[in-house]
Design a protein around this ligand. Structure first.
Ligand code: SDX
Length: 429
């Protein structure tokens, strides 16, 4: 971490502040001393120019459309590895050897069951509860069942909680789906790989053997890899902030799930598919593109745009390829939603407005089409995003806990409310 310094002139004060340089990417101006030296705060409500932490996990170059997990390009990991290998990489920083991978797979596989009493926990929800509401509740409730892995000061308990979360999210997600459709829960099986297990827990029934499609299992595993981590996005920042108070890891991940649910974030895959269905046909696209460009219309093209990517989201390219693979595997020749998506993308990428604002399809644009084709209801799309992102949240949370400089996150504000004034009795108001 090479260091130099920057000078800021504020009013009649000139302040020197340290500049820190990372491995790749922008330098940072360390403003920790700014308030003490100038009596002023910085102001950046959307954190568009603010680095909230130092991290070694994921790097994004939004202008070049680059995404690296621990330095490895997402394209190579999605092509050559599997999701649990990516989990190991994100958690430990290196690709596992054969023996390390076998041990990690064994440990995860044997944490996939949940405490049997949690089954009754589900009964408290209405059948039509949104599966994301169920996930927020159930993941937060894990801290009521696994007291032996909530002490964040104990590295072993942190590791056990991490394994449990990665292992149990598919089981809870599948249960949320089964509860929603009124089918019996399916227990995990130790002879199936991570994604095959999840497919069987979702689409299998006790009445017969479920045959997992290797093509669909591989496609789903790749989708999980694409969603595993993404630097300091809104839900990851939520997990870090919750964790900075010392809250237990299950509660922090529940907070991340709640934040991911928003349509501007992980909820965009559900919103994007609903948008494609609302557009309905290629003929209707120009009307919706006009709405998206109209400053007075709150409508936005869901699955387009990104805070960081001002080029094509590298994950969206892989998602598009996966969508075609899945549709071919399922023999779906002419999916009207895919026709609308491909034509909408073509129009948008040639439209002055989208070019000027650097709006490209993001990961959520094609994921919905793929997941719908696989048989998942729209309400489960963000649940799958949360399932995959759990390892990223855990890796970032763990990095924060181990950071010797870590302290509770406590931003300040620009106050524009009423100045001090005295209480007026109600008889005089
Ligand atoms: C994810 O941060 C991450 O890493 C997130 C994520 C991850 O893996 O964790 O990548 C996952 O959340 C992907 C994004 C999913 N969201 C959507 O697809 C929802 C639609 N997109 C937009 O809501 C928006 O693009 C955001 C929220 C994604 C980004 O918004 P920004 O960076 O705050 O940008 P902005 O809202 O300031 O937009 C800049 C301009 C604005 O116009 P002006 O005010 O400058 O005139 O572009 C316009 C916006 O109106 N714009 C859009 C648009 N997105 C931005 N116009 C039409 N359609 C859109 N989709």
């Amino acid at each position: 971490m090479t260091a130099s310094s920057g000078t800021i002139k504020v009013g009649d004060k000139t302040v020197d502040l340290p500049v820190k340089t990372g491995t790749i990417g922008p330098d940072v101006l360390d403003i920790g001393a700014l308030y003490g030296k100038t009596g002023m705060f910085t102001y950046d409500p959307g954190f568009t120019s603010t680095a909230a932490c130092e991290s070694q996990i994921t790097y994004i170059d939004g202008d070049e459309g680059v995404l690296l997990y621990r330095g490895y390009p997402i394209e190579q990991l999605a092509e050559h590895g599997d999701f649990l290998e990516t989990c190991y990489l994100l958690l430990y920083g290196e690709l596992p050897t054969g023996a390390q991978k076998a041990d990690f797979d064994y440990r995860i596989t044997r944490h996939t069951m949940i405490h049997e009493q949690m089954v009754r926990f589900f009964q408290g929800f209405r059948r039509d509860a949104h599966p994301m509401a169920v996930m927020v509740g159930c993941v937060g409730a894990l801290s009521a069942f696994y007291h032996d892995s909530t002490d964040i000061s104990d590295p072993n308990q942190r590791m056990v909680a991490s394994m449990r979360m990665i292992a149990k999210m598919p089981t809870l997600a599948a249960m949320a789906y089964k509860y929603n459709v009124g089918q019996p829960f399916m227990y995990p099986r130790n002879d199936l790989d991570y994604s095959s297990n999840f497919l069987r827990m979702c689409f299998g029934v006790p009445a017969e053997e479920y045959k997992v499609s290797p093509v669909l299992a591989r496609a789903l595993d790749r989708i999980f890899i694409l969603h595993a981590d993404h630097e300091q996005n809104a839900s990851t920042s939520t997990v870090r902030l919750a964790g900075s108070s010392g809250a237990n890891p299950f509660a922090c991940i529940a907070a991340g799930i709640a934040c991911l649910w928003g349509p501007a974030h992980g909820g965009a895959n559900e919103a994007a598919l609903k948008m494609l269905s609302e557009i309905g046909s290629v003929e209707n696209i120009p009307k919706f593109v006009a709405k998206a460009k109209d400053k007075n219309d709150p409508f936005r093209l869901m699955g387009f745009g990104h805070r960081v990517y001002k080029n094509y989201d590298p994950r969206a390219k892989i998602m598009q390829k996966t969508a075609h693979e899945v549709l071919n595997e399922l023999g779906i020749k002419d999916d009207p939603l895919l026709d609308v998506a491909v034509e909408l993308e073509r129009i948008a990428l040639h439209d002055e407005y989208f070019i000027e604002k650097k709006l490209y399809p993001n990961i959520d644009f094609y994921s919905g089409i793929t997941l719908k084709a696989m048989g998942f209801p729209v309400s489960m799309f963000t649940v799958l995003f949360a399932l995959a992102r759990t390892v990223g949240w855990i890796a970032q949370w763990s990095e924060m806990i181990k950071d010797p400089h870590q302290k509770i996150g406590r931003p300040r504000q620009l106050y524009t409310g009423a100045p001090r004034r005295d209480y007026v009795p109600v008889s005089k108001r």
